[in-house]
Design a protein around this ligand. Sequence first.
Ligand code: URA
Length: 435
Amino acid sequence: MHFTEVIARKRDGHALARDAIDLFVNGATDGSIPDYQLSALLMAIVLRGMDDEETAALTDAMLRSGVRVDLSSLPGTTVGKHSTGGVGDKVSIALAPLAAAAGVIVPKMSGRGLGHTGGTLDKLESIPGYRTDLSVAEFLRVLRDVGTSIIGQTAALAPADKKLYALRDVTATVESIPLIAASIMSKKLAEGSSALVLDVKCGRGAFMKTEADARALARTLVAIGRQGGVRTVALISRMDAPLGRAIGNALEIAECVAILRGEGPDDLQALVRTIAARMVMLADGSDADAAARTVARALDSGAALARLQAMITAHGGDAAIVDDPGRLPQAANRRTVAASRNGVVAGLDAALLGAAAVRLGAGRERAGAPIDHAAGIVLEARPGDTITRGDPVLHLHYNDARGLDEALRLAESAILVDEAAPAAPPLMMGWIEDQ
Ligand code: URA
């Protein structure tokens, strides 16, 4: 079979057979198919779509392009977690130690931030000394000793995704449910957990802008998990405004510490507790009430905070940041953005605020660019708050003033003050369950 025939079949709207999908994925992995042909097929998939069978075959081929981590030596049920990404989404960093303190083993491999969304690895690396590049043997040891470990994705996992994602990024072919689903699930299945909780973000600051698209992606992800033998559930949650009050790496770590002290913003606290309880249900079969009580005990007793300290120590990091967040990198400069009129905060656009944080140095516009761990934004006001002209709405934290003007412009345009706030849709919009 020539690869041009595979491209033509998809161009003409036909389903691809398994051998054609294998040719595509193997050719991407070993470099035998040139980028221009891979890109042509990716665009044909974006425009023509893939049915469930093709998406499952694509995921499986991408999974088989690398190794699968063997977690069978661990003494307990392993439950993974993944978010499709958002602004201020630091859930995993509070959730993993919380779920571990509630009896779940939480292995997590994470990525770096790109574009307006942050990355868990960058946030953790703002903790002085924290190593995200543990070997698989070290990862297993930390999981056995602490119950959770968050590391970077090893190159041996789903290498086809690394190649295809880089091409999609520069050929406008990211936005496709089958391609996103295969990309996420090939990596998640390779991580080897026996169950998986997904947080599919929906709204202005997310890949999926509409509820219909978020639900379609969630259903596809859950179906692939089931076919791969991993019990999978997906939460649909809103990403119109940033999650919590902090955007930016060290600022978000400090907010996670507050959450594990039972403090911190309500939206983040609720999301972390809800997902942790669902992980407990998957791990030990308890019902929703019992799982919520287990999670509350892990928080109230201080056990979850102690797990965070233990995880940081096991990764070579400075666990004293937990008692003294002032040890985290701090920006030298602050600039406050104030309300330009009286009213109610009707919106804080997550995508614009994410972009503003990138301009301050908190994120990167191209893969591999350096970031400033101290930079970011702290929200003083939240959607629904009544506000008077001149009241502070948010604070920009920065060291390098080169992006400040652009960040200010973006931050100002992200703030919507109106006579009244629109009826707020719920943060958590429901679960898609394994059928
Ligand atoms: N996250 C991924 O890992 N892959 C995608 O394609 C989109 C988001």
